[in-house]
Design a protein around this ligand. Structure first.
Ligand code: FE2
Length: 209
């Protein structure tokens, strides 16, 4: 059985505004650690299952490995979303005619108020992520605080804009208290076309739940 199911992706992000190449290189290594962690957990759980059962004495190890799955999996996947929604010479705003912009403006009084909410979520104390999700059943966008990597996400919602606000994302470039400057830098690098491509094809977009 193939257990090394995930391979680290590569991202060409050199020359971003306000997020140094040094930070990115360190961050890519951290991300690769989550890919390895996900593969290792999968492999170890498969080993326990290899005799067809989970014995009583295996239960503590099995439980701990299984509890860590959400952390490692999301550590891998969210970093892919994060690196994947930035580019050199990015930033600005999504086009007025875009599906994304339409969804944001149906969900908030204005694009700017969505941005205020998204950046304010990112400034919350704690270790985690600010993520703008789309509810694929209604087409509504909502911003969420994700604690660590895995707490607070809504099942089935689609991540659109994903911002890492763990200190490792900016500590080489900014002081811990200067997280708002990093957030500003992140916004100036957003690849809105990449975000737009994440919009699911929802036939009944904007219909009420
Ligand atoms: Fe990170």
């Amino acid at each position: 059985m193939e257990t090394k199911i995930y391979k680290p992706k590569t991202f060409n992000l050199s020359g971003l505004n306000g997020i140094s190449d040094k930070t990115l290189e360190m961050h890519f290594k951290l991300y690769e650690g989550y890919v390895k962690g996900t593969n290792d957990l999968t492999e170890r759980i498969a080993e326990i299952l290899s005799d067809g059962r989970v014995d009583q004495e295996e239960m503590p190890a099995y439980s701990e490995l299984t509890r860590r799955l959400g952390f490692e999996y999301n550590g891998m996947v969210l970093h892919e979303y994060y690196f994947g929604n930035m580019k050199k010479d990015g930033g600005g705003e999504p086009q007025r005619s875009s599906e994304l912009r339409g969804s944001v403006e149906r969900s908030f009084p204005s694009f700017d108020i969505w941005k205020t909410d998204f950046t304010s979520v990112g400034k919350m104390r704690g270790v985690g992520w600010s993520i703008a999700f789309l509810d694929p059943t209604t087409g509504r966008v909502s911003n969420h605080w994700i604690e660590l990597h895995q707490t607070g996400a809504v099942a089935g919602f689609v991540p659109l804009v994903v911002m890492d606000v763990w200190e490792h994302a900016y500590l080489l470039d900014y002081k811990p208290a200067d997280r708002p400057k990093y957030i500003e830098a992140f916004l100036s690098n957003i690849d809105w076309d990449a975000v737009e491509r994440r919009m699911p094809n929802v036939p009944a977009m904007a219909t009420a739940r």
